[in-house]
Design a protein around this ligand. Structure first.
Ligand code: SF4
Length: 279
């Protein structure tokens, strides 16, 4: 097995089905992903999505016993074995997080809360400290469902963070980027709810479409949106597309520059908003 790299975010590791380790720029170390959408199904269709063979729909049933066995075995290798030294590049040899993120929206799975429960039990078993986060990367669409609220409450007790996707703060922008029809108000309400349950960051992907940066109008609306929610979110994570988008529309997409992200960060920081960005 070769070392993990920041450009390889394969969901397949050894003979595991659900659990996959990656090293990433954003985590500056190893992140242990759990993929609940092994059928590549999501309710959104973001044009920059990197999931191969993405389909619209819901995840199929998952084998919770296998999820627990895989996570247990991987944590054992990381905590008690030499996994980190063996597979992570020298400058990224640290264990950052367990992350619910996969080939589709994780909260679409009816087993979401049970998986958070498994994570909570294994965090205890391996005595994971607050150095290791439990992250949910979500488009936020299911966050107001009662069974998801229960899972998120448990996530919060396990050093949890939600990274809530907001790529645009206009209805036209969301339709174009995420291929869903949502009102800005409904996104704001779900973001507010998420933040009341667990530490929540806004996560935003900025990209060039046909070599053009997002329009000034889009950026202005985005900044206004973030400023309007700044009292309840923990901050903003800005990034651009690092790997090749998998959808046909993706061929028109390329990364914005680091300076472009820095410019947006600067505008937000004027409002005392914490921003991290990475291309
Ligand atoms: S929400 Fe995530 S998995 Fe779903 S289409 Fe968008 S980027 Fe892909």
């Amino acid at each position: 097995m070769t070392k993990l790299t920041i450009t390889d975010h394969s969901r397949i590791f050894a003979n595991y089905t659900y659990v996959y380790p990656v090293v990433s720029r954003r985590s500056q170390g190893i992140s242990l992903g759990i993929n609940l959408n092994i059928n590549n199904a999501c309710n959104w269709r973001c044009i920059y999505c990197q999931v191969e063979d993405l389909v619209r729909g819901k995840p199929t049933d998952i084998d919770l016993i296998k999820v627990e066995a895989e996570l247990d075995s991987m944590l054992n290798s990381i905590i008690n074995g030499d996994f980190v030294q063996k597979f992570a590049p020298k400058n990224l040899q640290r264990f950052n997080d367990i992350c619910l993120s996969g080939n589709g929206e994780p909260t679409l799975s009816p087993h979401f809360s049970s998986v958070v429960d498994i994570i909570a039990r294994l965090r205890l078993k391996y005595n994971l400290t607050d150095q290791v986060k439990t992250i949910l990367i979500s488009n936020g669409s299911e966050i107001d469902k009662p069974h998801i609220i229960e899972g998120i409450k448990l996530l919060a007790k396990n050093n949890g963070e939600i990274w809530f996707k907001v790529d645009s703060a206009t209805e036209a922008g969301m339709t174009a980027t995420n291929q869903v029809h949502l009102s800005v108000e409904s996104v704001k309400n779900r973001l507010k709810l998420a933040s009341s349950l667990c530490k929540t960051y806004i996560q935003t992907c900025m990209f060039k479409l046909q070599d053009k940066n997002p329009s000034e109008h889009e950026i202005e609306q985005y900044i206004n949106f973030v400023v309007s929610v700044k009292s309840y979110v923990a901050g903003v994570l800005l990034y651009s597309t690092a790997r090749n988008p998998a959808l046909p529309e993706g061929s028109d997409i390329s990364s914005v520059s680091e300076d472009f992200l820095a410019g947006i960060a600067k505008q937000l920081e004027k409002h005392q908003i914490v921003v991290k960005y990475y291309v």
